[in-house]
Design a protein around this ligand. Structure first.
Ligand SMILES: Nc1ncnc2c1ncn2[C@@H]1O[C@H](COP(=O)(O)OP(=O)(O)OP(=O)(O)O)[C@@H](O)[C@H]1O
Ligand SMILES: [Mg+2]
Length: 252
């Protein structure tokens, strides 16, 4: 299996404060990779560098190389074009509240100029099926608004919205931290299925979750990637003392 995302010598700053130091990492395509580490260690900053969202923060700066598949993310390609190939799901579900379920899922395609109703209908249905929401909402996709769904349903709606534009990569920043155990279970199952088609990077504070869904895990500390390996190795026999301290709960 190939490399889905290649990161070389990545450094990131907020103003004068350096938030990421010399990150080097190959994310495997069609696998899920978990990123763990204590609060403030740079996990969100890191994934925001992958889709060039970091640069939208005032005074934020990035140096280094990011390749998504064969494409250089920072080679002058427009950030909008790049983000089409990278879906992102956030900690707090953020559907467009007044839009219907259908309009939420179709939003990205419409933004990209797609107008054909039959095509849009097909994509909306397929995306909602992929995100395991279709059965629950199929009779109300035009009637119900994004905001009228439960938190777990809203998160699956956001996943459907991200999938609708057929990205290669799905970035998830603590996608389950606002959800109950049943919704969390559904999202985890979903991650398991989606990785056949997508390269998934998931930030999580839940180490059991990392162990359940991800083949690879990276441990961040103070803006550095301390260790990156097979998940099983990280959780049973880490190479670095700091990883061991973290996963055994000695700090963080
Ligand atoms: N918009 C910002 N402006 C200035 N500094 C920021 C900004 N966002 C994050 N930082 C700083 O960058 C560092 C890394 O933050 P980041 O949000 O990437 O951590 P994290 O690992 O995702 O933490 P958490 O687990 O709490 O979400 C922190 O020191 C944080 O204070
Ligand atoms: Mg974060």
């Amino acid at each position: 299996m190939g490399v889905g995302i290649r990161v070389e010598n990545l450094n990131a700053w907020y103003g004068k404060t350096q938030a990421l130091h010399e990150i080097n990492l190959d994310v495997q395509a069609n696998h899920a990779t978990a990123l763990i580490g204590p609060s403030g260690c740079g996990k969100s900053t890191f994934i925001r560098c992958l889709n060039r969202m970091h640069e939208t923060t005032p005074e934020a700066r990035v140096e280094g190389k990011v390749k998504i598949g064969e494409h250089d993310a920072y080679d002058g390609t427009s950030a909008t074009k790049l983000r089409r190939r990278i879906g992102m799901v956030f900690q707090k579900p953020n559907p467009f509240p007044t839009m219907s379920i259908y309009e939420n899922v179709a939003a990205g395609l419409k933004l990209n100029g797609y107008r054909d109703k039959r095509h849009l209908d097909g994509v909306v249905e397929k995306s909602l099926m992929s995100s395991a929401l279709w059965e629950e909402v199929k009779d109300s996709i035009h009637k119900k608004s994004g905001a009228s769904l439960s938190g777990g349903q809203q998160q699956r709606l956001c996943i459907a919205r991200a999938l609708a534009v057929e990205p290669e990569v799905l970035l998830m920043d603590e996608p389950c931290s606002a959800l109950d155990p049943i919704s969390t279970g559904k999202i985890e199952e979903l991650i398991f299925e989606l990785k056949a088609q997508y390269t998934i990077v998931i930030v999580t504070h839940n180490m059991q979750q990392a162990a359940r869904v991800a083949e690879y895990t990276g441990f961040f500390l103070l803006g550095r990637l301390i260790e990156y390996d097979k998940t099983e190795k990280i959780f049973t026999n880490p190479s670095d003392k700091r990883t061991e301290d973290y996963i055994t709960g000695r700090f963080g």
